[in-house]
Write a new protein. Structure first.
Length: 168
């Protein structure tokens, strides 16, 4: 997955609309479904937990289906890109201890994966205005650059391929 610069204002605007739409859809849909089920199948004991739960589950599945159906819509471009980038970075993070160990020994693929992780994290943190941890990231990037220089490895995030994680 290539790292691309995206329009922060457009991303935030679309993300907020998607979140608000999902929240409103979940509230209204689950309420409508559960109230319909309660009206059709009343319970003498007054407990309608199972109908409420059914309404939430059905509405959640419907929202997930809609999000998946419209994931290629131009409105969703930035939101889906960030979601997929977070998944890619999470895969790297789960293997980070092994990557760091291999990187200290000069493994170019490990160093590239770590570099990609740092570059992707920097992009995400800038989009979310999470600049507090940028200093720590800069320190880690400097350490990575020194290890890469020690082993004469050139790091370019554009060369990263998720398949290199299979060896770790």
């Amino acid at each position: 997955m290539q790292l691309i610069q995206i329009d922060k204002a457009r991303y935030r605007k679309h993300l907020n609309r998607v979140i608000a739409g999902c929240a409103a859809g979940l509230a209204l849909g689950s309420l409508a479904i559960s109230q319909t089920l309660i009206a059709l199948f009343p319970d003498e004991s007054g407990s309608h937990f199972h109908w409420n739960l059914t309404g939430v589950v059905i509405t959640s599945l419907a929202i997930a289906w809609l999000l998946n159906k419209y994931r290629r819509h131009p409105f969703m471009t930035e939101v889906v890109y960030v979601w997929e980038l977070k998944q890619a970075l999470n895969k790297i993070t789960r293997k980070m201890p092994k990557l760091k160990a291999a990187g200290r020994e000069g493994n170019a693929d490990a160093l590239l994966a770590i570099h990609y992780s740092y570059a992707g994290s920097r992009l995400l943190w800038q989009l979310d205005d999470n600049t507090i941890t940028m200093d720590d990231l800069a320190i880690k990037q400097t350490e990575l650059d020194s290890v890469a220089a020690k082993y004469n490895v050139t790091l370019n995030a554009d060369e990263y391929d998720a398949n290199i994680l299979k060896q770790f």
